[in-house]
Design a protein around this ligand. Sequence first.
Ligand code: PNS
Length: 165
Amino acid sequence: MRLAICPGSFDPVTYGHLDIIERASRAFDRVVVAVFTNPQKTPLFSVEERVEMLRQAIAHLPNVEVDASSGLLSDYALHRGAGVIVKGLRAISDFEAEFQMARMNKKLAPGVETLFMMTANEYSYLSSSLVKEVARFGGCVAQLVPEAVAARLKEKYPQPPSGGR
Ligand code: PNS
């Protein structure tokens, strides 16, 4: 069985992530979407919230599951018996950091390959950070994230009745 891990901080999951997860689910027998800690980022949502949002978002994909780990991605891939880590690449600017991480993961777990998928054109500008910024200042994120995620962002960033000018 070909098992792939789609790792990320998913804070929160966006349509860009879902595009990669759906394509990975067609390319592999089984996909584990795994929420990890990115030490460079301070998350808005708890791990439990992120897992819950992901589970709702991938409910239509029978060969995909959601999990979380607070350890190393390479250890997790070995522990799960996954041969592949799938990551999305939006732009050249993503490349350097992703290249470094792929190299390090290869060093730590030589049997695990990192595969990059180019993000769909319509999501090439999309990131969880930008989605949070738009939501924080009262902008509409309906086309960027699933409805349930948009609702949770509204709870995190309540807007004044006037729209907050
Ligand atoms: O969605 P992100 O924030 O770009 O994902 C980055 C993530 C969480 C996959 C990365 O930070 C990670 O792999 N964290 C787990 C800890 C780890 O293995 N660090 C070494 C990476 S070479």
